[in-house]
Design a protein around this ligand. Structure first.
Ligand SMILES: [Zn+2]
Length: 220
């Protein structure tokens, strides 16, 4: 997918720090290795609390973690929009900000959450991205997985990316989210790695990530 002569602009939009790394970190690392321009957009990025309103990470911790994780993937362009955790809106405010980023960055490929996720922030991020990307030709939704997301409609893997060469970067980027790693332990990393192995087996390689298509242009 990324072994082309043209340098691609690739945009990944996620609600929370770690969402993008969990879902398409291996793909983004492969893209940066191939010399493509990758930009990550974190819709929240303030302090984060759990469902019991107990603090998970401060704003400084959150931004340090995401900066470290994106650097591990080779991503140098990072936008933190700073919407309130758990209260991401589906509104002109967020859509407008994403619209501005899309107009400036001109992405060839956009990745975002699965629209049938169960987390309200993930759903609204996905819908906002799709609305803002109405004039873009290639939009792919990444696979939901706990604790990053869980779908109530079956995910249909339609596009696969071989991440065998970048699975280690993906794992390291997850561990850079120290607050999440402390909370979920190695079981978290093991589950994500096992899924990548399963998806890799489906396409005949060691590790893979897969995506659902909203819209896709084939460039010949
Ligand atoms: Zn999330």
């Amino acid at each position: 997918m990324f072994d082309t002569y043209k340098k691609l602009n690739i945009l990944a939009v996620g609600a929370h720090g770690d969402d993008i790394e969990l879902a398409c970190g291996g793909t983004l690392a492969r893209a940066t290795r191939s010399g493509h321009n990758v930009k990550m957009v974190l819709v929240t990025g303030k302090e984060s609390n759990d469902h019991n309103e107990l603090p998970i990470r401060t704003v400084d911790e959150s931004q340090q973690e995401v900066a470290k994780a994106s650097a591990i993937l080779g991503v140098t362009q990072l936008s933190i929009l700073g919407f309130e955790d758990m209260h991401v809106p589906y509104s002109i405010d967020l859509i407008g900000k994403l619209d501005d980023i899309i107009c400036e960055f001109k992405p060839d490929i956009i990745f975002t959450h699965f629209v049938f996720d169960t987390h309200q922030d993930h759903i609204r991020t996905a819908h906002s991205t799709i609305s803002a990307a109405r004039r873009q030709n290639t939009i792919l939704l990444y696979e939901p997985i706990n604790p990053s997301g869980q779908g109530y409609v079956a995910f249909r893997p339609q596009v696969y990316v071989d991440i065998s060469q970048t699975i280690d970067q993906k794992v390291e980027s997850l561990k850079a989210h120290h607050s999440q790693y402390l909370k979920y332990t190695d079981k978290w990393v093991d589950a994500v790695t096992a899924r990548a192995k399963f998806r890799g087996f489906e396409m005949g390689v060691n590790y893979a990530e897969c995506f659902e298509v909203v819209r896709m242009e084939i460039k010949l």
